[in-house]
Design a binder for this molecule. Structure first.
Ligand code: ATP
Ligand code: MG
Ligand code: MG
Length: 585
């Protein structure tokens, strides 16, 4: 069930469905266009949404919100969500990004196939139609070719308080504009030398209606259309047309586009009047974009982090990209849970990063097998072993998951030499310290109670080993194991059988909650301690861990076997998150 706050969109959809708004659909385009197919598929009476990324980078957590919303609403109301690439900017777009985006959407658990049909579209599929629509607007006196320089155009646009000034070319004859537009298309003019503008209202209080540009010259190769075109539609012109051709019912976008809605409606109305499009026309609805503390959700800035090597690529586990989150150990379920919880509202706000981590912990706590790992190893020697045990090793057992006995048991050995965490020994205990210090008793988790007797040091006085004695008859799982009461419990691994592992201790990429607030340089907010690599010792059972698998390292948090670098010979784990939120205290 979507969160309560998505209700404003659900209310709209339910009212539209109750009014049978989409019962009759006709399509007025040219037969043979890709869009004809789009319109023909799926149940026409149901809603149709779309997720329309531009393939100019990898998707991030903000996009996940839009994906969950659009695909989620289509699923909840038995409709279809179109996967559509808004590829109208040839210079910035690449096939690599197209592939990455499709992977991310699939990984999140969504699918653009409905009733056996793929609903995968590209704005570039409609370039012919868009060109035709532009000529139609010119012929009806709704558009003209403007030859002002970009500077003149900007100056004549006016301000919030002053109306704009009409271009000297505004009233040129339609035939002249058509001829020029065709010459633009035929490559006779350089980039930026002229532009096609809609003719609406230079005095409109909404600046977006002061004759917005709709087609521009770009001599650039397009990743799908090649060099076929040298004029490309502006996003604001292309988007409503894409929606209409695909018979999208609810075009859901972020609040920044609210001021574009009048142009969206104006354009579709003009094309419908001319018979190029048929009712019911799509409607645009706006929701608040995701703003997440400690995170940047701008593709441009994320690209800069990658290009300038502040991170190790788009899938660096510190990146808020879907590939980065995945490599960090995030699960699709956790991201969907997060998106459901934050819902969608009509007002901008900030979501605390701990909400995302909270959803992740909730998901992983249920699923992740447990294991012991020592991240900052210090040797522990049990000096009375022979007096307590007959063999060199004592088998120990622990549940794979404390709440899921069906997941089975782990097995590992206790021996006279172990690795423990350096912080679990203090020569001089602080107040309340319950772990190892000379004279104190502590339990080795799943093992036995031990009593600390002292430590060994090197010539410089550094502690090289902790010494302790086994307290007889206290082994976990044996009768009377609890007869000796102790307050502290510590984790450990057996020095003989533990496996060495590289553990990458990731932390937040930025140390400030609003890294790009107030026009400040976001690079200054980078957290210098966001990645620390340690050599750890882990439980022997992890020899069979596979890349991409998540574990809870008891007391430390959740860790994932790195998707790229982990093998059964070279263990590499990424810290996904700690067990508790350590930032908000
Ligand atoms: P960016 O500014 O990061 O480049 P964008 O909006 O330009 O993002 P698109 O590829 O055009 O990126 O976005 C595809 C869809 O994802 C759009 O419908 C957009 O509204 C949505 N989207 C992008 N960022 C967010 C966000 N932070 N929260 C919610 N939705 C978002
Ligand atoms: Mg965009
Ligand atoms: Mg953008």
């Amino acid at each position: 069930k979507p969160a309560a706050s998505t209700n404003f969109l659900k209310n709209i959809i339910e009212a539209d469905l109750a009014a049978n708004k989409f019962a009759v659909r006709r399509w007025g385009g040219q037969p043979g266009d890709a869009a004809t197919h789009a319109a023909g598929e799926a149940d026409p009476a149901k809603i149709r949404t779309r997720f329309p990324p531009e393939p100019n980078g990898y998707l991030h957590i903000g996009h996940a919100k839009s994906i969950c919303l659009n695909f989620g609403l289509a699923r909840d109301y038995g409709g279809v969500c179109h996967m559509r690439f808004d590829d109208t900017n040839p210079e910035k777009e690449e096939q690599e990004y197209v592939d990455g985006i499709l992977d991310a959407v699939k990984w999140l658990g969504f699918d653009w196939t409905a009733n056996g049909q793929e609903h995968l579209f590209h704005a570039s599929d409609y370039f012919d139609f868009m060109y035709h629509a532009a000529e139609h607007l010119i012929s009806q006196g709704h558009a003209y070719v403007d030859q002002q320089t970009p500077d003149e155009m900007r100056a004549n646009r006016g301000t919030l308080t002053e109306p704009g000034k009409p271009s000297p070319w505004r009233d040129r004859l339609a035939d002249e504009s058509i001829a020029l537009f065709r010459e633009m298309r035929d490559g006779m003019y350089p980039d930026g030398s002229m532009i096609l503008r809609a003719k609406i209202d230079m005095a409109s209080p909404n600046i977006n209606l002061r004759d917005p540009a709709i087609y521009r010259i770009r001599h650039a190769e397009h990743h799908r259309a090649g060099n076929h075109w040298c004029v490309y539609p502006m996003y604001t012109f292309a988007h409503p047309i894409e929606d209409a051709l695909e018979q999208i019912t609810h075009s859901i976008c972020t609040l920044e586009f609210e001021d574009q809605r009048p142009f969206y409606d104006w354009l579709l109305a003009r094309l419908a009047e001319g018979g190029l499009l048929a009712a019911p026309l799509p409607h645009q609805y706006e929701f608040a974009r995701l703003n997440l503390t400690y995170v940047i959700t701008s593709k441009r800035k994320l690209k800069q982090l990658v290009d300038d090597k502040h991170v190790d690529g788009w899938d660096d586990p510190r990146m808020p990209t879907i590939v980065g989150l995945r490599r960090r150990g995030y699960t699709p379920e956790a991201i969907r849970l997060f998106c459901e919880r934050i819902g969608a509202s009509k007002h901008d706000s900030w979501i605390d990063y701990s909400t995302l981590e909270g959803a992740l912990r909730e998901d992983l706590d249920e699923k992740a097998p447990r294991a012991m790992a020592v991240l900052d190893p210090l040797k522990l020697k049990l000096t009375n072993w022979e007096h307590c045990f007959t063999s060199r090793t004592e088998p120990c057992h622990a549940p794979v998951h404390p709440h899921h006995p069906e997941m089975g048991q782990r097995r590992f050995d206790l021996t006279s030499e172990l690795w423990i965490e350096r912080e679990d020994f203090l020569e001089m205990p602080t107040k309340g310290y319950q772990r190892l210090y000379p004279g104190n008793m502590t339990r080795l988790k799943y093992g036995c109670v031990i009593k600390c007797t002292g430590c060994e040091k090197d010539a410089d006085g550094n502690i090289t080993a902790v010494l302790a004695e086994v307290v007889p008859d206290t082994k976990s799982g044996t009768p009377g194991a609890d007869s000796v009461k102790v307050k502290g419990v510590i984790t450990w691994v057996c020095a003989r059988e533990a496996l060495k592992a590289e553990v990458r201790l990731y932390d937040r990429l930025f140390s400030e909650a609003h890294p790009d607030a107030g026009g400040r340089d976001f690079l200054e907010a980078l957290n210098p301690g966001s990645k620390r690599i340690v050599t750890a010792y882990v439980e022997p059972g992890l020899v069979s861990s596979h890349a991409g698998e998540s574990y809870q390292f008891e007391r430390h948090g959740y860790f994932v076997a790195d998707r790229k670098d982990h093998t059964s010979k070279t263990l590499v784990f990424n810290r996904t998150t700690t067990l508790r939120d350590t930032w908000s205290k």
